[in-house]
Design a protein around this ligand. Structure first.
Ligand SMILES: Cc1cc2nc3c(=O)[nH]c(=O)nc-3n(C[C@H](O)[C@H](O)[C@H](O)COP(=O)(O)OP(=O)(O)OC[C@H]3O[C@@H](n4cnc5c(N)ncnc54)[C@H](O)[C@@H]3O)c2cc1C
Length: 573
């Protein structure tokens, strides 16, 4: 009996599922290998790394998603002229869903490297296919189809932590409420899980994790894998914010082998921005996550390797930077070897120096505003501290979703620290009250959940108490340079990395006090703290890297090779 298809609704069907013409398939043939598969053969298995992307020449392939009981649901059918895959297949990561041959099929398999080669060599066809891969991922993200299933209480600190981690990494997932969802309850009974062990995560490969760390979850779903210890990268980039991703795209597109590491997710601070309105080319603005997801996909297309999440905790420079290699030490004990290093580790949001701040930090304090935070606070009163552009953007995004925003600023007004267009927008919002010369004094709550805050106004010296579940902080940031301790990199008085002439004699622009190590973006002393500036420095450093690596290769070739008998004979002659 034919299985009924349960389609995921979509608006851009033709772009998501383009039909390749015979001429397109002919152009793609030189990049792949042909396979003949019998009915029932698996082209992809959820949770496993498959061969790559598959263009169907004949036959039919069904796509199945899995529910929390492991039951398959038929969501799509593919026939001749269509192709199977999404971003996971391009990146060589585990598949999110099953693909099973329904009627005997002939398919053209493109492994990730050959798919990337096609995208470069066949630009128009590559663009159509790339767009489809991205849109398919977006569609799965929206529908929460594929990827892990989180089961836990609503608003639990750890559920929010894991959801936030997957969302920031553009990874589809589904959350089932442990209290109300029948499916969730029977699963907990089946696996004998008691409430103290929640949340649990069911990974697509069938593994069950109990309240995992982000790294454990990332490893289980194949978001990050082991790094080849014998490989020497041309450049290792620390930080996948706009500066790091821009470097990756420009360096890889010009032929360098690139590894990008980030301890959290791609996108950095920019990924947390609800709406970036001052980035060139986006007149209606773009969410930071959308902009950074595009950059990440672009890096994947150019073959950039990523290790996210992976924290860098140390950097060793070689005695001789011409012949030796830099070693990055990672928190999990792994090491990365590279000919050059780019420091793009940006800054971290400042926290409040209040006594019980850490009690509420995980569940009730937020450092950015996105759809998720807006949903969490819907219809409530919230308090936001800060007076810069990020604070302004946060208020503008939040206000339509919440009952009221109390905006606390230390200074006399917003004008000195916020762009005028944002000051105008904030003042036009009827449910926003700006309290100037006001400082937060204490937090109150229970079981890790905030219930009220107290602030003091300088004018009256009076303390006021306000009930709230959510506190937003936009109070500046400090450079992420802890991992550079002992690396001998010169910093300015505030801890930002010095580059160029400020770092020492004969230093190239953007080069630190150590030859071969460069610093860009927010972490660089004197940089303009903006997305466009970070991206611009990423492009600039790619050129500097080329020049550095070329000089290094040239100088290396001039060093006599003592093991070479010809050179030895020439020397003694
Ligand atoms: C809420 C908000 C809104 C903003 N809105 C705008 C805007 O509208 N327009 C604008 O131009 N700018 C905006 N900015 C500023 C802009 O986002 C930053 O200037 C920009 O992101 C800096 O880029 P970066 O790559 O240098 O650093 P970051 O974006 O800070 O990225 C650094 C990355 O390095 C990683 N990292 C740090 N330490 C380590 C380590 N030891 N190991 C591995 N990884 C590490 C971090 O996890 C992070 O992902 C906003 C900032 C915020 C917070």
């Amino acid at each position: 009996m034919a299985e009924a298809e349960t389609p995921i609704p979509d608006e851009r069907h033709d772009q998501i599922f383009p039909s390749l013409e015979p001429a397109d398939v002919a152009r793609a043939r030189r990049f792949g290998v042909i396979r003949r598969l019998a009915a029932g053969a698996m082209l992809a298995r959820a949770g496993e790394v498959g061969e790559g992307l598959a263009i169907i020449l004949s036959g039919t392939v069904f796509i199945y998603s899995h529910d929390s009981f492991g039951q398959r649901q038929h969501i799509l059918s593919f026939g001749p002229g269509s192709f199977i895959g999404e971003m996971a297949q391009l990146a060589g990561r585990p598949a999110l869903n099953d693909a099973e041959v329904r009627e005997p099929a002939e398919v053209l398999i493109l492994v990730p490297e050959r798919m990337r080669a096609l995208m470069i060599a066949e630009a128009e066809l590559g663009e159509r296919m790339m767009r489809a891969l991205i849109l398919r991922r977006v569609r799965l993200l929206k529908a929460g189809v594929g990827g892990p299933i989180i089961i836990g209480p609503a608003e639990d600190v750890n559920v929010l932590r894991l959801e936030g981690f997957l969302a920031r990494n553009g990874y589809p997932h589904e959350t089932l409420q442990a209290e109300t969802d029948v499916e969730a309850r029977s699963l907990l009974e089946r696996f004998h899980i008691d409430p103290g062990q929640l949340p649990i995560v069911l990974c697509p490969n069938g593994n069950l994790l109990r309240n995992p760390s982000e790294t454990e979850l990332a490893r289980c779903i194949g978001l990050v894998g082991p790094i080849d210890p014998t490989r020497v990268f041309d450049v290792a980039i620390v930080g996948a914010g706009p500066a790091g991703l821009a470097t990756a795209v420009y360096a890889a597109s010009e032929g360098l082998s690139v590894l990008v590491l980030d301890c959290r997710s791609f996108g950095g601070q920019a990924g947390a921005s609800s709406r970036i309105e001052n980035y060139l080319g986006f007149p209606t603005g773009i969410s930071g996550m959308a902009l950074m997801s595009r950059a990440y996909s672009q890096a994947t297309k150019f073959g950039v390797e990523t290790a996210i999440p992976n924290e860098v905790i140390g950097l060793d420079s070689p005695e001789d930077p011409i012949t030796g290699h830099f070693i990055l030490q990672l928190a999990d004990g792994e090491r990365v070897t590279a000919r050059s290093v780019v420091i793009a580790s940006g800054v971290s949001y400042r926290r409040l120096a209040l006594e019980n701040f850490d009690e509420y930090g995980a569940s009730s304090v937020h450092y950015w505003v996105s759809q998720r935070e807006a949903k969490l606070c819907a219809g409530q009163e919230v308090v936001l501290v800060g007076a810069g552009n990020a604070a302004g953007q946060g208020v503008v995004y939040l206000a339509p979703h919440v009952a009221k925003v109390w905006m606390l600023a230390r200074g006399e007004g917003l004008q000195a620290s916020m762009s005028q267009y944002l000051v105008d927008r904030v003042s036009a919002l009827p449910n926003v009250e700006v309290l100037t010369r006001t400082e937060l004094e204490s937090l109150e709550g229970e079981d890790g959940l905030l219930s009220a805050v107290r602030w003091r106004r300088a004018a009256s010296r009076q303390e006021e108490r306000r009930s709230t579940r959510h506190l937003f902080l936009f109070i500046g940031a400090d450079p992420n340079t802890m991992w550079l301790a002992g690396a001998g990199i010169a910093l300015d008085a505030k801890g930002f990395v010095l580059t160029g002439a400020q770092a020492g004699e004969n230093r190239r622009p953007l080069e630190t006090s150590q030859p071969g190590i460069f610093a860009i973006g927010d972490i660089r002393s004197g940089s303009t703290k903006r997305v466009a500036a970070a991206v611009g420095e990423g492009a600039q450093v790619a050129a500097a890297l080329h020049a550095y690596l070329a000089t290094r290769a040239e100088r290396k070739s001039q060093i006599p090779d003592r093991s070479d008998p010809v050179q030895a004979a020439e020397r003694s002659a």
